[in-house]
Design a protein around this ligand. Structure first.
Ligand code: SF4
Length: 365
């Protein structure tokens, strides 16, 4: 199998005219099957408060916003999990703003619930999910310290954090200038710590936020180096910036369709000598989604029959029937997966109870 260099990957990202078709043909040589996976999930935002303020964010709300989720109670969460259970969901996706307890309103709510620390609360929420429902927790809440992740590992089947981009230059641009947590050094350290702790992990890049093609190449190589060292990256999300009227970057151009084609193809080629999946969110690219399967994407990520995509509220997920049609019409087979990939369901990566629960869920898929 060919080893792609940075120069090769840059050529894919800058390809013009028919060159991209040649690259897509290379992807085809590496495809080992025609399976496209997805995870049936429920998306539960524990809090919409976040210490960062990314220029493209559609998720964060401020404490004075009357509609903001300050902190969901365990009762509310359990109620949502039970509904998801009835729909056959296997993944509880807990996504929330980073270090939200730096805000007094969140801390007050935590105290009201009998907690002094956000990590204690998240751990308890995940434990409740494991003990009282059929779902497996997947936590994605920004950077965590090594010790916090060590605790979260014991109650999560997998975790995730978008790298976005590895360039520190974006910290000076509207994308990340008000987001200390998007410092790529910090993010790469979090992803590395997940590897050291043997946490099956999801990461990804966001394109169209002011980065150069070279910076996309560097970001993909950074992720690849971490995977080569720790073997923990399950999938890489290739996400396109989409503008909505209320974000700070509302006047920024979105990446073109061809830019997405080039980036998905580049990532598929770079990771063709690994078992890392390439994921494209189907709700952000519904009309064009099928072509990304031909570019090497083999995972749709989490798709929920019961909840919104709170990160992209204007882009509803396709129904499972639509997803099935989208996939089969392109010549592929849709297959449900857990939030932890099968290759990680063993003693090396999971504690005994999460391993057993995952094996049982697999049997019923
Ligand atoms: S994108 Fe994530 S980290 Fe950035 S402000 Fe929104 S919730 Fe916070």
């Amino acid at each position: 199998m060919r080893k792609y260099t940075k120069k090769d990957i840059l050529s894919v990202l800058t390809s013009e005219s028919y060159e991209i078709i040649d690259y897509i043909s290379q992807v085809r040589e590496y495809r080992e099957n025609n399976l496209i996976t997805y995870s049936k999930n429920v998306f539960i935002p524990l809090t919409e408060i976040c210490r960062n303020d990314c220029g493209y964010c559609n998720f964060k709300k401020t404490p004075d916003d009357k509609n903001a989720i300050i902190l969901k109670s365990k009762e509310e969460i359990l109620n949502e999990l039970k509904i998801a259970e009835k729909y056959g969901c296997s993944e509880a996706l807990f996504t929330f703003g980073e270090d939200a307890d730096e805000e007094k309103v969140v801390l007050d709510r935590l105290n009201e619930f009998g907690y002094t620390d956000m990590i204690d609360y998240i751990v308890d929420v995940c434990r409740m999910t494991l003990d009282e429902t059929d779902l497996l927790p997947h936590t994605n809440g920004g950077n965590f310290s090594y010790n916090a992740m060590k605790r979260l590992k014991e109650v999560n089947a997998s975790m995730g954090l978008m790298l976005e981009n590895s360039s520190p230059r974006l910290m000076e641009l509207p994308a990340h200038e008000k987001s200390p947590g998007k410092d790529p050094k910090l993010r790469l350290e979090t992803i590395a710590n997940a590897g050291k702790l043997k946490i099956p992990y999801t990461t990804g890049i966001l394109i169209g936020i002011g980065e150069t093609k070279e910076e996309i190449v560097d970001s993909l190589f950074e992720i690849k180096h971490l995977h080569e060292k720790y073997g923990h990256i399950q999938e890489i999300i290739i996400q396109n910036f989409t503008k909505t009227p209320h974000i700070q970057m509302k006047d920024y151009p979105e990446p073109s369709f061809l830019d997405m084609v080039r980036t998905v193809t580049a990532a598929s080629l770079l990771f063709s000598d690994t078992d890392v999946s390439i994921q494209v969110p189907p709700n952000l690219n519904y009309d064009t989604a099928q072509i990304f399967l031909l570019c090497g994407a083999d995972d749709w990520g989490g798709v929920s029959p019961v909840s919104h995509d709170f990160v992209n509220p204007t882009s509803p997920w396709p129904t499972l029937n639509e997803l099935e049609h989208l996939t089969s019409d392109a010549g592929f087979k849709l297959v449900e997966r857990l939030c932890v990939y099968e290759k990680y369901i063993n003693d090396e990566w999971l504690n005994e109870s999460i391993k057993e629960k995952s094996i049982n869920l697999l049997k019923h898929q």
